[in-house]
Design a protein around this ligand. Sequence first.
Ligand code: GTR
Length: 400
Amino acid sequence: MRDNLPNLFSNNTTEKNWNERRIQFVEMFEKYVFGMTPKTGFETCASLLYEEPALQGKARREYYRIEVKKEQASASFHMCLILPCVEEKVPVVLMISNHDKCASKASMPDSNAVKKLLEEATPEWLAQIEPITEAQKSNCDKAPELLDIQRDEQNEYWPVNQIIASGRAAAAFYAAEVQPDDRKQFPSEFTALFEDAEAKEKGQYWGTLGVWAFAASRVIDVLCTHKAIDPKRISLAGHSRGAKTALWCAAQDTRVNSVLVNNSGCTGAAISRGKKGENVASINAFFPHWFCSNYAQYAWKENAMPFDQHMLLAAVAPRLCYVTSSTKDMWSDPDAEWQGIQEASKAWKLVGQEELPIQPPAAGHTVCAGNVGYHRREGTHGLTMWDWEQFLNFLDKHKA
Ligand code: GTR
């Protein structure tokens, strides 16, 4: 147990009033981390652009433009939905894709922010990240991983074939189409629809991950009204920055019945207090556009945060939540990710389920307690077929 972890429960939290506590967590994360999510004053409209047979006739592909209208203005993005050819309504897995169709160039980090980070960093942190950054350098020249959500059905990152074979529909959208992952391109046309002077003034104006989570909810608006989809069985999946986003969306949007949080690390499942690798200071230095400006006040001051990541995970309770780590993903810190979900599982226990054991499972194994699951895959940061097999088993087990 990390020292000084804020308590999941207040003195009067009970199973009955759990939802009130859950909402307090969402409000804290809006205020201090992700910024305010627009709640009213907009409308989601979907237009089917085309439909065609897919997967050698085993499925049908539908491609939509999703338009979000606000007052006289609007902005749109696309969603690809692949449906198995069956009579009954099916569950769906929605992927927030942080892999793009074509490579794009994001701005370099702000050199002043990086300089400040290095000046303020403790010698222990610098010594600890040195081997991680050394190992990451060898990956630097690797081309970005790309995904064509309309065509790539055999991709380990988004294995449409296996999802369809499991009896589920597979939906995906490009996060960067809604808001590019680049501090210099913030806000996009989409994001600019939701100018909010008051939130800005309070340091609570949303960042890129908040915008992506909002977009995921707009896709859910569309999925919920689709005649072939069971609206009670919507799963939301994400990897890394997409996983932080999926978790934030699921915390807020209770239509998400299950969330699959893969290698989410800092500001995802990992407890920030005492976390190794990426921390609140470095994530805000490299990716200031991901969050509201209030978050940066906790750089090197994790102990002063009135929250930690177990609260974000607990905001999903009592729904289904599956978290993963990878043994060599030291920047994310597998032990901190385990601690996040282990601590959070006390919320599931409160609502009549089980708590995860204190020790994480061995590498290559899965552990489940009621609606919570976790595995630690052998290997580095990534999303593999093995991860998906565990996700689909977990969903099968819960008929989700
Ligand atoms: C890293 C970032 C992580 C994680 C990752 C990813 O650069 O530090 O928080 O989100 O990118 O999204 O792959």
